[in-house]
Design a binder for this molecule. Sequence first.
Ligand code: WQD
Length: 350
Amino acid sequence: MINTQPKDTCVLVTGGAGFIGSHTVVELLQDGYEVVVVDDLSNASEKVFDRIDQIVGDDAAEHLTFVRADVADRDAMDAVFDEFDIDHVIHFAGYKAVGESVQKPIEYYSNNIGNTLVLADVMRNHGCKSIIFSSSATVYGDPDSLPLTEESPKKPATNPSGWTKWMIEEMLRSLVVADPEWNVVLLRYFNPIGAHPSGLMGEDPKGIPNNLLPYVAQVAVGRRDAVHVFGDDYDTPDGTGVRDYIHVVDLARGHVAALAWMDGRTGCEVFNLGTGTGTSVLEIIKAFSAACGRELPYVVEPRRAGDVTANWADCTKAREVLGWQAEFGISEMCRDAWNWQSNNPFGYEG
Ligand code: WQD
């Protein structure tokens, strides 16, 4: 249900049918925003909108419009901005599979960079210059020191997917230099995992999951035999890779906090969205085993090319400037991911 009175503020969410996008749409609707989603459903299911309606209720769902389109389709995007008075854009739309990007650089650069250039141009032509970009801790590369702050140096990416995040950040910074009226927020996500506590929405990757959590969840539900641990000889307490996992609902709420903060501002600002805590692969497997009630099998494999040993965030800036901080811990992330997976063994199309 809407927690506050409807705002007369309209937010365009590109990629809003995706994992992080859909959870952000729920939080926006519950906070009273008008929401327009543009998604081509190339990596998402239209069924997610039924789940959003169930979660937010009929009144809030009245404030949601879905337009099936490719963000790179200029005519479609012009039509959206002609029809709706868009105040802010949250830009999630893009391909994000690290391994696939190494095999398909042309598709990744043309889609991710191309759709952002069309979006920014259409925004400019319609007088909308306020955008939040879904960036990633991957722009920090292999850290020299931890925790990572927003001042930690950007490093060369290790794959085209990471390079597109890297390059789109720079493109959006350039907009502000060229035209100081632009209002840009770059949100650098650490490792988003988990699912909506209702069990109605969650991560639903197509094919074999690239990321750890959805793979572990599919082992737990019996779709996969064992977790493949990519290396146990890292310089970490148990030898396995360490990451800063953040609950997807905490991440979604970080977008709502950024939206409130940026309203009426100009310039470019970067925020790390993480928890400040590093967790290893084996600790994740242990936590998920506790959540699903059985010991999950795993086999140790060689390291995966491009993986860094460890990263985790310093989230002081988001806490002090946005008034936001993550609330859920690893056990809640695994609890909610298991609730989603066990109720939806084959995701939305299951
Ligand atoms: C986490 C840890 C692996 C799978 C990537 C992108 C980032 C963002 C999140 C898009 C590592 C280990 C993994 C498996 C394993 N993507 N692992 N077995 O690589 O930290 O980040 O996804 O938004 O931009 O870079 O996430 O979940 O793939 O890996 O042992 O089957 O789990 O080695 O230590 P990553 P991940």
